[in-house]
Every structure is written in structure tokens, then in C-alpha cells.
Write a protein that binds this ligand. Structure first.
Ligand code: PLP
Length: 381
């Protein structure tokens, strides 16, 4: 039986919640979106949450709310998705890439320290795969420099008893189709800072003084002011209804992912040619991704050939990520090559993301584990 790389987990609860909104007469940002903000903030322990239509939007308005612009530098790990650095470019600031730690491919605090300049205005750690970056070290190095966390993989993630979403100045969550909870497309900015919340909320909807839904409430006036140019980043009540239903199921979904990761860890412990990522003791990962690393020195095939063999067996896989410094835009703009970020470059050649989604059956897991074991067996040096 084929095992897809991902399948979203949707129940009647999501379908019914969306139907109710469709029948309600109010489709766009409204009371359901407010409720989603309140419940997500409560779940991650932040004071405020601003719902938007992607994590990319959440990261962008966080930087804009901090007045990041031309001449500023923002530090980003090179081992991440396009969005983390692209939002820096939206603002006119310069993304400064840094290398990651070999154990878990999270931002390397030493590389961070070496990259700081007087122009560094924000640091964006990524909680890669759902495991928290070393926030204590990062906060200590950062001192007064604000931390905006890319928490797209990290719902729910704990770091030393604290939940991601309540640690740095602000955090961006993603509800993209394959994230740990989904609204199809969607995102949320969380923060404990009322100034950041206020400005980010305004920027998320054209820089207007008051959102449409509060203007249309009975007894309120039509009037609003354009306070500054903003963006069109608001979330619909349709998406928020789905998000609320998914959030209700967060513990169930997270437990299923964790169980799959535990089973994979056990199965791969005996396969010398495979190294899983290392999860620190003090952390609990959201397990958005499960990544294996090939000991290429001990195999006769490379990563892509390994993935092709898995695909021949009907097993979907992916690569997270081709590092930013190896993409043409960054290579040509900054003149990077592989040796500038040796850990990320080397790890990129070895990594494969295996299927991990709540609906995976025991048979699906067996299929993947046997597939990996067979391919290793037939391509050992
Ligand atoms: C998915 C993802 C994003 C972007 O999320 P969207 O909601 O699609 O904008 C940003 N950073 C990382 C690390 C991601 O995986």
C-alpha cells in the first residue's frame, strides 16, 4: 500500500464548524476569528494573538511593527523555508544568514554571536521540525535585540517548561495545509507586548483604525481612519472555524505524531547507516517533521537515489530544506557557496523527511521502516 508524505486530519467537527459559518451570513474576519485568537493565545500562554492568512504574513507584520527597514539587518538561519528570509526582504532590510547546529539543525548560538553587528535589529530563530531552538542561549546573546520566532513547525512545542509562542517578543505560527493544525492557509502572531499586538493588528488590515466587523456591529458607526499603509492579511471566519476545531484536537493530533516519532526512533536505532535528529531532554517537540540523515560514507547511493527507491515502493518523502544559501537568488545576491555554511550544506546532502501525520496506521509505519531498512541493506558499502 502506498504511504503519502502527508494527509491532513479532518473530522466532522471541522466540516460542521465551517458549515455553520457558511450559513451564518458572515464569512470574513469576525467573532469566530476573535475566538480563535483567544483560544490559541490561551493554549500557548501568550497575552495576545493576531490571526492572519499565513505565517509569512505574521512574520512580515511582526517586522513591520518593529519598524524594520532599509539599513537594518535581520539574522535568519540558512536552513529554513523561503518565508523566513523573504519577509526581511519585503521590509527593505538585509537578511543575514547563519549556520545551524548539527544535532537538530536549529540556529547555532555561536554562529549567531559571530553574525551580530550594530545594525542587527531582529533575530528570527526557527523551531525546526517542531523542536525548540536553544532559546536561553539565543536570548542571552541577543540582550536587547528583539526575537521574532518562526514557530511554523512548533505547535505545540515546549522549551524548558515554557511553550513556544510565549518566549520571545513575538512568534509566528502556520496553519498551512501540512502543518500540525491547518486551516488550508492561515497563520497567527502571538506576543506578550501590547504595542506589538496593536500595531501588528492594524498592519494586518490596511492600517485601518478599526476592523470591518466591529464597524458593522449594530449600534457602531461606519467610520474608520487610515492611520498608515498596511497589508491585506486578515483571516476569514471560515478558516478560523476550521482552526478552532483543529485546536480542540491539538493534544490528540500531537500525541499521534509523537507516537509515530517514537516508533521511528526505535526502529532506526538499530540501523547504523541512519541518524535521526537529536531531541534535547528538556524539550517536547511538535514533530511537524521526522528527518533521517544518511551516513553517505557507508552507502553506495546518494540522498536523491535513496528517495527515488522509496518512491518506487510508493512511499512519499520530502527534503527540508535546501538551505537558502544554495538557492540562486541568495547565491547571486550575496556570493555564497557551500563552505560559508558548512553544517547546513553537509546536512542538506543527507536529509530525508519521512511521512509523519496523525492518520498514519501501524501498517503505514511498518511500510516506511521496512522500506528504509531494505534500501539500506541493498546499498551498504
Ligand atoms: C510553512 C512555513 C512557513 C510559512 O508558513 P505559511 O503559513 O505558509 O506562510 C514559514 N517558515 C517555516 C519554517 C515554514 O515551514
Amino acid at each position: 500500500m502506498p504511504v503519502p508524505y502527508h494527509r491532513p486530519s479532518i473530522t466532522n467537527a471541522e466540516t460542521e464548524a465551517v458549515e455553520k459559518v457558511l450559513e451564518s451570513g458572515w464569512l470574513t474576519t469576525g467573532k469566530i476569528t476573535s475566538e480563535f485568537e483567544i483560544q490559541l493565545a490561551a493554549r500557548v500562554g501568550s497575552k495576545y494573538a493576531v490571526a492572519v492568512n499565513s505565517a509569512t504574513a505574521a512574520l512580515h507584520i511582526a517586522l513591520a511593527a518593529l519598524d524594520i527597514g532599509p539599513g537594518d539587518e535581520v539574522i535568519v538561519p540558512t536552513h529554513t523555508f523561503a518565508a523566513t528570509a523573504e519577509v526581511v526582504i519585503y521590509t527593505g532590510a538585509t537578511p543575514v544568514l547563519v549556520d545551524v547546529e548539527e544535532d537538530n539543525l536549529n540556529l547555532d548560538p555561536n554562529a549567531l554571536e559571530a553574525a551580530l553587528t550594530p545594525r542587527t535589529k531582529v533575530i528570527i530563530p526557527v523551531h525546526f521540525t517542531g523542536q525548540a531552538a536553544d532559546m536561553d542561549a539565543i536570548l542571552e546573546i541577543a540582550r536587547d535585540i528583539p526575537i521574532v520566532e518562526d514557530a511554523a513547525h512548533a505547535l505545540p512545542t515546549t522549551y524548558k517548561e515554557k511553550m513556544v509562542g510565549s518566549i520571545g517578543l513575538a512568534s509566528a505560527f502556520s496553519f498551512y495545509a501540512n502543518k500540525t493544525i491547518t486551516t488550508g492557509e492561515g497563520g497567527m502572531l502571538t506576543t506578550n507586548d501590547p504595542t506589538v499586538e496593536d500595531r501588528a493588528r492594524r498592519l494586518s488590515l490596511h492600517g485601518l483604525s478599526r476592523a470591518a466587523w466591529s464597524r458593522f456591529e449594530s449600534g457602531s458607526s461606519w467610520e474608520y481612519d487610515i492611520v498608515e499603509p498596511g497589508f491585506k492579511y486578515n483571516l476569514t471566519d471560515i478558516a478560523a472555524a476550521m482552526g478552532l476545531a483543529q485546536l480542540q484536537r491539538l493534544d490528540e493530533l500531537a500525541t499521534k505524531r509523537r507516537n509515530i516519532a517514537t516508533a521511528y526512533n526505535q526502529a532506526f536505532a538499530d540501523i547504523h547507516q541512519i541518524d535521526p535528529l537529536v531531541v534535547a531532554d528538556h524539550d517536547s517537540s511538535a514533530w511537524h517533521l521526522y528527518i533521517i540523515r544518511l551516513r553517505l560514507e557507508e552507502l553506495t547511493i546518494d540522498r536523491n537515489a535513496f528517495m527515488n527507491r522509496l518512491a518506487e515502493r510508493g512511499i512519499g518523502t520530502s527534503v527540508h530544506y535546501k538551505p537558502l544559501h544554495l538557492h540562486p537568488y541568495y547565491t547571486s545576491r550575496f556570493g555564497f557557496d557551500r563552505s560559508d555554511f558548512p553544517v547546513s550544506s553537509d546536512q542538506f546532502d543527507r536529509i530525508i523527511s519521512l511521512p509523519i501525520f496523525p492518520g498514519m496506521t501501524r501498517d503505514d509505519m511498518t511500510e516506511v521502516v521496512e522500506g528504509v531498512a531494505d534500501i539500506v541493506q541493498s546499498s551498504r558499502r
